[in-house]
Each structure stands twice: as C-alpha cells, then as structure tokens.
Design a protein around this ligand. Sequence first.
Ligand code: HEM
Length: 465
Amino acid sequence: MLLDTVVEHLPSVLRTLLFAIPLLKYGPVVRLGPRHLSYTDPRAWKDIFGHRAGDHISLKENPKSDMFYRRQLIDRDGMDAPNILDADREEHGRLRRAVAAGFSDRSMREHEGVIVRCVNQLMRGLHRRTEMGEEVDMVKWYNWTTFDVIGDLVFAESFGCLEDEKTHPFVDMVTGSTSEAAAFVAMKYAGLGKVPGFKWALNKVIKFAAWDSFKQMMIMMSNKLQHRLDMGQERNDLFEGLMSKREEWNLDLQRLQSNATIIAAAGSETTASLLAGVTFHLLKNPDKLKKLNDEVRSAFKTSDDITIAAVNRLPYLLACLNEGLRRYPPGRGEMIAGEWVSENTIVEIQQYAINHNSQHWSDPFAFKPERWLNKIDADLGEAKERDEKDIDGDRLEAMQTFSVGPRNCVGRNLAYAEMRLVMARMVYDFDMELAERSNNWLKEARVYTIWKKTELFLRLTPVKR
Ligand code: HEM
C-alpha cells in the first residue's frame, strides 16, 4: 500500500521507466497504483478496448480516463472543444460515423494522388540533398512528408514543408507538446489538480509564458479551417464527413477546429515516427535490409509502377513494417475499468511492454520481420486470433499498435498505405547507410506518450539502373 502511494506520486515519465521493467519481467498484470492496473496479457486487448458482444453486450464501452485524455488543468478561454479522441461515448459514436467514410477503401484510392505527389516531392528533395553530398535527417524528412499529406487531406492545403524544406509551426506544436502533455498528466496523477490554488497558479504561469504562441497557433488553425470550409462539401477528404453534418448536428467552429486539428496530429507524427523507427532498425540489421531491397527492386521496372495496389503485394515490406510497429510502437492507449476489476480502476496496456514480453515473443528485442512473414492478412496487416504461440514462438496478436474496438485507429489503412509507399520508394531509389552520429539513435530517444526523437542522419546513394 505504501509502495502504491509512493508510486502514484511519481511523475509519469519516471513511472514509465520504472514500470516498463517489471511489466517486461512479470505478467500478466502489474499494479501501478491502488486503482491502476497494467496488463500484458493479449486477451486484455478485447476485454478493455473491444466492442461489446455476446455476454458483454449489455455493458457499455469503457470510458477513457480523464487522467490521460482531458486537459482540465489548463484553462483555454473557451478556445477548445471535445474531439474524436477525448469525446464521451455518445459524441464519439457520432463523430466516428461522420469521419469513417473518408477512411474507406474507396476513399483511400482517391487519396492516393495526394500521397504519391508528396512521396515524389520527398524523393526529389532527398536526391537534391544527396547530390550536394549532405547527410539527411530522416526524422525531419519523414515528418515533412506525413504532415504535408495530412494537411492536404484535412485542410485542403499542404503544410508546404517539403516545398519550403522547412518545418511548419504546426509540426513543431505537435512534436513539441508531448513532453508538456506528459508533465500535465504527471501533475494530475500526483493529485496537484485538487490542491487549492494550484490550477489558478499554473494558468497564470502558462498565460505569462506561452499564451501568445498558443493563441497564434489557434488563429493559424482557424485560418486553415476557414480555407477548408470555403472549399465546400464536394471534396472527398478526411474532413468532408464532419462538414456534411455541420448543420444537422449544429457543430460549432470550435468543435470543427478541435477535430480537424486532432485528426491532423494523429495522422502525421505517428506514421513519421514508425517510418523513422523501421529505417533505423533496418539499418542496424543489414541482412534484413538486403532482403527488403531485393524484394522491392525486383518487383518494379520504374518508380511509376510503385502504387498502393502494387506495394500491397510485397510480403516482406509488410513484415518489416509490422516488426517496426512492434519494436517501435508510435503511440499508446489506455482506458478505465474492465468488467472483472472494480469500478473506477484505470486499466491499461502499455504497448512497449506487451510488444517485448518474453512470454509472447521469441527473442523479443531482435528486429525479426520473418516472424510476420506469410502469417498475416496482407490487406489488414493483422494477425489471426489464437490462444497460443505460433510455430516460431510468437503470439502475434499480442501486438495491437492501432488498438482495438470502437475507439481504435480510424486511420490505419491510410497509415499502412503511406508507410508502404514511402518505404518502397526509399528502398527503390536509394542505398541507405546510417551516419556514424546516429548510431545510438534509439538509446537517445525519450518517451512521453509518443516518442521524442533526435535526428536520424543517413547517407543515401542513388541506386544505379
Ligand atoms: C503508424 C501510424 C499510426 C498508429 C500507430 C496509430 C495508433 C493509434 C492508436 C493506438 C489510437 C487509439 C488512441 C487512443 O485511444 O488513445 C489511434 C486513434 C486514432 N488515429 Fe491513429 N495511428 C496511426 C496513424 C493514423 C493516421 C494516418 C490517421 C489519419 C488521420 C490516424 C487517425 C486517428 C484518429 C482520428 C484516431 C481517433 C479514433 C477514435 O477515437 O475513434 N491515425 N491511432
């Protein structure tokens, strides 16, 4: 009990560090606090996050924890509204239905032009820099690509990062706010939100230190939103579904802006993170990179042949991406209360811990794409459910990097399409080498909800054909 209390008052980053270790070592459940359980049992995915079916149909979906998802510590002067990620069950259901069409297979085919245009721009930029004899920081270039794609698909205009070869302030806001968000969670977790005067003092400090830049950001996002609204409903993109329900549901500008911003943030940094993680692991495992080079380079005669449909037929590429999602999961997910633990208990699954638990994985810290090869659905990238390890000693369905159930990642298809296209083009166009100074890239990374990455420098040599 004393340990639980001490633990509850540790900052979240420290807790993550301390408890990733027991979670990797013990299982299948570790108590992180008096009312906080963390699972590494694969069955917990469905029990915590899954759709309610069969015997559980009468139970409601577990609500998301205010501890992690609401930001009541900061007073935003009404410039914020619930969004698809943190809305309650009712509002979430409506928002999810509205945006779902923009993520369908049909829509994905319509989005292909935008993705390919950005990937071509990425390649042109990398060739230019390489001709100048420079090492390139792939964290930056991948970020520029995925943010430009999402800018076009949500706000009808790219963020212009690839064109300007410059990071847009929105990218900085998304990548820079992770440590700040983790600090607020730690404060709430330590109970500071309930201390009289604390919230008031915190808001005074924030208003003094960062209010102007926050307001500028909100004005910039509202201009972007206005640009999209001016385009009307006829554009099939990720925002159209919300636009079409605007009057019927009386969606005010704040709600539209909050949702557009969260969709843009959720759909960019995550995919870029994974691409950086996979690239690093491939470069650290040259035999795996060679296999991928062989698969991609023998599949296409020209780079124009590299389409979404064509990259979907490359099994080793998918295996590499899935192994990247396992070794370097870009996000996390958590909720309150499962039916077999008492109410008001926070129950969660930590992606990193379940993805590296030796009870589910053979050689869990090795980058082994082969563990996925020919064992997963090529369209979904998903492992079939089973209650035991497979012949190679892996329990593939333990990994659910996109989460499961009604609040899982709605952008999963888009993420796979982007990751496959970008990775295939990287490998088709370049021989990649890790620059000396990025040798310890993974060790230097910090985790606050998402990864805070340092630069990933590569030396690229165009493939001669
Ligand atoms: C490798 C890439 C990605 C990973 C690993 C990932 C992972 C996740 C996870 C774990 C969740 C659940 C989060 C939670 O409940 O806290 C989520 C939700 C979400 N993701 Fe992704 N995501 C990725 C790419 C994308 C893309 C490309 C989009 C496109 C816009 C996107 C849009 C969303 C949205 C809108 C939600 C909220 C869904 C809801 O609550 O109904 N994600 N994602």
